[in-house]
Design a protein around this ligand. Structure first.
Ligand SMILES: Cc1cc2nc3c(=O)[nH]c(=O)nc-3n(C[C@H](O)[C@H](O)[C@H](O)COP(=O)(O)OP(=O)(O)OC[C@H]3O[C@@H](n4cnc5c(N)ncnc54)[C@H](O)[C@@H]3O)c2cc1C
Length: 381
């Protein structure tokens, strides 16, 4: 395959952020080529939860990042609204449902932790409520006997990422965006007024460059002299066979790593950040048997009726972690190279981050003070 040698904008990364950025740039009249080393973008590995409330997993694992998480919190309800707008714009049914998210507690101490979290979140504008067990059972009778209460976040929800990604990809292609898959970007160089992008299929030159390569962004930005400490985090997922409607909400736990939701076709998707591992010379994410068992055992504990279902598929995917905040804006020292890495729950943020990136490139207001998201914070660090 040969690549077009001169193009207006090259977006590296065809995940949710890269495709969303390409869509918005193309609406602005820019000619766009998306390059991705995979056949399908990394985003296909995710669970399709639309997160709004702070995930206790992050609060417990990275207490030093709580300030960053709180600063970014107002982005999450907007990100959900952007997904709703995207479904309307694409006229696509990707099973998007904003049916609320429950974070469950198993004892008074966990409930108190959630209550304090809810107060902080409410102060930052989130629509969250605490539910005692009797109130909780009235809306979520599928939860187990051990569940003491929960925090309800009204604007959380879920979608089917396989359907959403294909709808977005179709729309982007129909707009005239070019997508080069199975094409690794091996080097980047600033040349004349633009950039030279070296791939295994040849060189492409562009005026504007967008790094939306998830965990691969750090290695790419290093070619341009900028440090962005993106880290690849391999994570585990399970999905059960289909059953009749059982779980309405997105379900999480105050202290333990679990997310649960039911797809439109009836399968229950179970994840929550259990580790997978990298294996082989190319570091493919590989399932960790302990995670499979641990994740499913916990799921059955939270929703006992899951024990009657068979597991039909399990997989591992690569998440990106950085410092709990988006990395957005121009690359320091470059006026025509931009970075677009979402903060935590990056699939939720994806379409919004794409729109914000296109706005920044066009010189429009992205609608949020993105200065703390600048990659220059790593240079300072
Ligand atoms: C198992 C799992 C479950 C998850 N569940 C959820 C969830 O339910 N809700 C949620 O909000 N988030 C979830 N996430 C997180 C979410 O998937 C990511 O934050 C999101 O996919 C990030 O999107 P992205 O477009 O920035 O990056 P990615 O989707 O990772 O895309 C980056 C792309 O860049 C390409 N690339 C990298 N380097 C190069 C290079 N040198 N040359 C060419 N291409 C390159 C990669 O091939 C990749 O396709 C989950 C993650 C995992 C792993």
């Amino acid at each position: 395959m040969s690549l077009a040698s001169d193009i207006d904008v090259v977006v590296i990364g065809g995940g949710i952020v890269g495709l969303s950025t390409a869509r918005a740039l193309s609406h602005d009249g820019r000619g766009v080529l998306v390059i991705d080393e995979g056949r399908n973008a990394g985003t296909n590995a995710n669970a399709g939860s639309l997160h709004v409330q702070m995930q206790s997993r992050f609060l417990r694992m990275y207490p030093d990042q709580i300030g960053n998480l709180e600063y970014s919190l107002p982005l999450y309800p907007r990100a959900v609204a952007t997904w709703q707008q995207l479904a309307r714009d694409l006229n696509a049914d990707f099973e998007l449902k904003i049916s609320g998210g429950l974070m469950v507690a198993e004892d008074a101490a966990q409930f108190a932790f959630l209550k304090e979290k809810a107060e902080r979140e409410r102060a930052l504008g989130l629509d969250v409520h605490m539910l005692e067990r009797n109130e909780l059972m009235a809306i979520a009778p599928y939860l187990g006997e051990e569940i003491y209460g929960a925090e309800l976040c009204v604007t959380e929800g879920k979608l089917n990422p396989l359907l959403a990604n294909s709808a977005l990809r179709r729309a982007v292609l129909a707009q005239g965006v070019m997508i080069a898959t199975e094409t690794v970007v091996s080097a980047l160089e600033q040349r004349d007024a633009g950039y030279s992008v070296s791939t295994f299929h040849g060189e492409v030159r562009c005026k504007t460059l967008v790094l939306a390569a998830g965990a691969g962004t750090g290695a790419l930005s290093a070619h341009l002299g900028v440090t962005i400490p993106t880290v690849a985090e391999p994570l585990h997922m399970n999905v059960t066979e289909a059953t009749s409607p059982l779980i309405l909400h997105l379900v999480q736990h105050a202290e333990r790593m679990i997310t649960l939701k039911q797809l439109g076709a009836g399968q229950v998707v179970i994840g929550g950040g259990w580790p997978a591992r990298f294996e082989g010379p190319k570091d493919f994410p590989t399932v960790e048997p302990d995670s499979l068992i641990g994740n499913l055992s916990l799921a059955q504990h939270v929703v006992p009726r899951l024990s009657r279902l068979r597991l039909i598929r399990t997989w591992a995917g690569v998440n990106t972690t950085c410092d709990g905040q988006c990395v957005l804006g121009t690359l320091p020292g470059h006026s025509n190279a931009f970075v677009a890495v979402p903060g935590d729950a990056g699939y939720t943020l994806g379409p919004l981050v794409g729109d914000m990136t296109a706005a920044i490139i066009a010189g429009r207001d992205p609608g949020f003070d993105v200065r703390p998201f600048s990659a220059s914070r790593f240079a300072r660090a």
